[in-house]
Design a protein around this ligand. Structure first.
Ligand code: IMP
Ligand code: MG
Length: 178
């Protein structure tokens, strides 16, 4: 059994940086005169969140939560639980959930519902990658960097068995050799 390898580069380091700059500009414009709290989902969205935060020109706070997902192990999509909660309350704040990828939508829907119940002033969703062909439950995507085809991707935070998160680019993983 061989290790899976990168089949092709989908987005280069430069393309990712350029797109995050654009989206960061759009977010800064949308929230002009307000303060925004970015909420990252450990561990996948850390790379994206830190890059995005540096492109924002509005006052920005960050917080993180971690989830355990059983979706891929047991074939039960939507089974998500919070393994590490936010440090602080988000009540009355303008909040943006920052995701690495919205795939079926189950994880994101769960997180949006969970966060909405905490009484933020507003709640939006920004995702690095959006794979709409695989969507099962609808979630409102306010900001997205890239739409991607139905292939497994890694890099810029996204992993395969915890590996490849540190790639500077986003690539399609060849799982056939795995
Ligand atoms: P969901 O199907 O939208 O609930 O996505 C669940 C999670 O699966 C995402 O947050 C990612 O952590 C992971 N995931 C989905 N597609 C990919 C992929 O192509 N590469 C790496 N992780 C993925
Ligand atoms: Mg993952």
């Amino acid at each position: 059994m061989n290790e899976p390898s990168i089949e092709r580069v989908l987005f280069t380091e430069e393309q990712i940086a350029e797109r995050i700059r654009e989206v960061g500009g759009a977010i800064s414009a949308r929230y002009a005169g307000r303060e925004l709290k970015l909420i990252g989902v450990l561990k996948g969205s850390v790379f994206f969140l830190t890059a995005l935060a540096r492109e924002l020109t509005i006052p920005t706070k960050i917080d993180f939560l971690a989830i355990s997902s059983f979706a891929h192990q047991r074939g039960a999509p939507g089974m998500v639980r919070i393994a590490k909660d936010l440090d602080d309350s988000i009540e009355g704040e303008d909040v943006m959930l920052v995701e690495d990828i919205v795939d079926t939508g189950f994880t994101t829907r769960y997180l949006l519902q969970n966060l909405a119940a905490r009484g933020p002033n507003s709640l939006a969703l920004c995702t690095l990658l959006d794979r709409t062909p695989r969507r099962i439950v609808q979630v409102p995507v306010d900001f997205r960097c890239f739409e991607i085809p139905d292939r497994f991707v890694v890099g810029f935070g996204l992993d395969y068995k915890q590996l490849f998160r540190n790639l500077k680019y986003i690539g399609v993983l060849n799982l056939d050799s795995a």
